[in-house]
Design a protein around this ligand. Structure first.
Ligand code: ATP
Ligand code: MG
Length: 281
């Protein structure tokens, strides 16, 4: 831990950060037109973590992810990716370090699943480095890992919601970036595919990748996250290990939802059981 004195000093210099944090933001303010969605938010993604962001609809999760990935320019504050100011980095350079799966990704019309996944390799191409066998293999592996190989020749627009989502995840994986930002990657997926993907992410994390995912399923978040960030109204309300921060009070505060917390019988992590109005006396 950084001691307070040192933290204050770094704060003044605007360099307060966790050692080795591959992505951090300092005093970030992000607005759409004049409306401030995020105000003076500072966050550090721990190195080699599986960070999960939770919070109610419209609290600013996607906005934060877009800002952290360089898609959205913050009004104030700065973001540092891999030790370099994001604002001073070229987009191809960013794309080689950080992959983003947006919440509502739209595929170009008439594109097949395999071609979409292959687009994940674009940041690695150049005049001197054309499409290679390695790229082919990486695309095949990403499709294998997400169970989308048999969809290779299908048009993306003709896939089911869950199939399409898995193709997008494959594209994000094909980028092979050390950092992966995933906005609701398990939306549309049935329970088995959700668990399969969460385990794939946990495995990628174990192999040394840093992942940041926005999730609505609190139980998946508590089970798989190594670092959990709870947001509300554009602010971070709590962050830390799920076992340390997930309490009935926190869920009530963040989601305005009375609940009971029990131990997940499989993983011993917190399991959130909503009470609901009909069941409360
Ligand atoms: N492109 C945009 N232009 C204007 N306002 C926007 C835009 N995108 C999002 N907003 C607004 O910013 C606020 C935060 O939106 P954001 O998408 O970050 O929420 P979120 O936490 O990701 O929610 P959800 O869980 O529903 O995905 C909302 O009030 C939303 O209406
Ligand atoms: Mg969102």
């Amino acid at each position: 831990m950084i001691n307070t004195e040192c933290q204050d000093e770094r704060h003044q210099k605007g360099h307060m950060h966790l050692p080795n944090s591959p992505l951090w933001a300092h005093h970030l303010t992000v607005s759409y037109d004049k409306r401030k969605i995020i105000q003076e938010l500072s966050v550090q993604i721990p190195h080699n973590s599986f960070t999960v962001i939770i919070g109610p609809n419209a609290c600013g999760k996607s906005t934060l992810l877009r800002a952290l990935s360089g898609l959205l320019k913050p009004e104030l504050g700065h973001i540092v990716l891999d030790g370099k100011a994001l604002a001073a980095s070229k987009s191809k350079e960013i794309a080689r370090k950080l992959g983003l799966l947006p919440q509502s990704a739209i595929a170009p019309e008439g594109i097949t699943a395999a071609d979409l996944v292959a687009r994940g390799r674009y940041p690695h191409q150049s005049l001197f480095r054309q499409w290679s066998e390695t790229d082919e293999q990486i695309v095949a592996n990403a499709m294998e890992a997400t169970g989308t190989r048999e969809l290779s020749h299908r048009l993306v627009e003709e896939l089911s919601g869950g199939q399409r989502q898995r193709v997008w995840v494959a594209m994000a994986l094909a980028q092979q970036t050390p950092l992966l930002l995933l906005d609701e990657p398990t939306t549309y997926l049935d329970i088995a595919h959700q668990i399969e993907l969460m385990e794939l992410f946990a495995e990628l994390n174990k192999q040394g990748n840093t992942l940041v995912a926005v999730l609505h399923d609190l139980n998946h978040a508590a089970r798989y996250a190594t670092h959990l960030i709870a947001m509300k109204d554009g602010h971070i309300v709590a962050q830390g290990r799920p076992g340390d921060i997930v309490t009935e009070q926190l869920v009530e505060e963040v989601f305005d939802l009375p609940c009971k917390i029990i131990e997940d019988p499989v993983t011993k992590t917190p399991l959130i059981v909503p009470i609901g109005k009909r069941n409360s006396q």
